[in-house]
Write a protein that binds this ligand. Sequence first.
Ligand code: ZN
Length: 104
Amino acid sequence: MTPGRGEHPIHAARKQALFREVNEQVWALQQKWGTPAEVDFICECADVTCSVAIQIASVDYERVRSEPLHFVVAPEHFFEGAEVLVERGPRHWIVEVNEAGRAA
Ligand SMILES: [Zn+2]
């Protein structure tokens, strides 16, 4: 584990679940006004101190949220070992949280 960025366990899983919830609410709100091409979301990485805003295309977010273990994060906000990198975009990355990281 990388020092400083390796504290994935309990807090991280909770943070990701919490931020997913926040993003889901942002998402739901956006839908009321029609689906925009891009939406501002909060980075769903495992760093509990991170609340970086990221822009993601609506179609991309729809894809991410359809997979319960997939999270959208800012570029480089990837925790090797606890997560698998699914997609590397210019403005956001998509990671998959391991079942092990999830259960911690
Ligand atoms: Zn982050």
